[in-house]
Design a protein around this ligand. Structure first.
Ligand code: KIV
Ligand code: NA
Length: 261
């Protein structure tokens, strides 16, 4: 199976072919997503919450991200593999971002990195990484690493100055060389306008149907998360499925029915 390259993303947008992206944090999940034909697999820092039990993404370290990204890498043959830069591993200065991204590329073999924000310093950082050969996925709108500044996980871009700022950030990130943009939790109309304005594909999450693709947190899709955001969809209830399987095992062991004699 040929591995997807960065060219796949612009081509898909030109062809009007919706892009499909999901998160993974371990080897088995990565293998399944890759087999299903996902275009992009993100080792998202949401794993701090879904896999590690933290209440936000802020505590995730670069070492922990490397550990998960290495496991995911071993399970992915085709999809374009991107890892999130954890909080405070890239915001200090662009050289810090380059060193963190470099470690993810060298030590985990990811194809690119995602970072949050489209403010001027971050746009400069994106250009700095791209010029040094690192594909960057941008992320604007609700940026969970800024939850304390944003006052929670609320929808962004609801007022017209905020919407204008987000449109400008999208254009600036494209200009800086980002290969695609995650648009998180913003009005559908705004995400549609941004998707129309930029030449690079947008991956929406809580951003309506008119993005160039969609991304979801796999734990939400599978019904493994404790709570799912209002814009996510659980396609199955694995919490219940796993509970029932484990309960069946408990009963069979207690009855002496497993293993069979
Ligand atoms: O960490 C994550 O899962 C993400 C996606 C929601 C885009 O950043
Ligand atoms: Na993230």
């Amino acid at each position: 199976m040929a591995a997807l390259s960065i060219h796949h993303f612009r081509q898909a947008k030109q062809d009007g072919q919706p892009l499909v992206a999901l998160t993974a944090a371990d080897y088995a999940t990565a293998q399944i997503l890759d087999k299903a034909g996902i275009d992009l697999i993100l080792v998202g820092d949401s794993l701090a919450m879904t896999s590690l039990g933290y209440t936000s993404t802020l505590p995730l370290t670069l070492e922990a991200m490397l550990h998960h990204a290495q496991a995911v890498r071993r399970g992915v043959e085709r999809a374009f593999l991107v890892a999130d830069l954890p909080f405070m591993t890239y915001q200090v200065q662009k050289e810090q971002a380059l060193l963190s991204a470099g470690r993810l590329m060298k030590e985990a073999g990811v194809n690119g990195v995602k970072l949050e924000g489209g403010y001027p310093d971050m746009v400069e950082t994106v250009a700095f990484l791209v010029q040094r050969g690192i594909p960057v996925l941008g992320h604007i709108g609700l940026t969970p690493q800024a939850k304390h500044q944003l006052g929670g996980y609320r929808q962004q871009g609801k007022t017209s100055p905020e919407a204008e700022r987000l449109r400008q950030e999208a254009l600036n990130l494209e200009q800086a060389g980002a290969f695609a943009l995650v648009l998180e939790h913003m009005p559908a109309e705004l995400a549609a306008q941004i998707s129309e304005q930029v030449g690079i594909p947008t991956l929406g999450i809580g951003a309506g149907p008119d993005c160039d693709g969609q991304i979801l947190v796999t734990h939400d899709l599978l019904g493994l998360s404790e709570r799912i955001p209002p814009f996510a969809k659980a396609y199955t209830n694995l919490r219940q499925t796993i509970l029932e399987a484990v309960q069946a095992f408990v009963v069979e062991v207690q009855k002496g029915a497993f293993p069979p004699s």
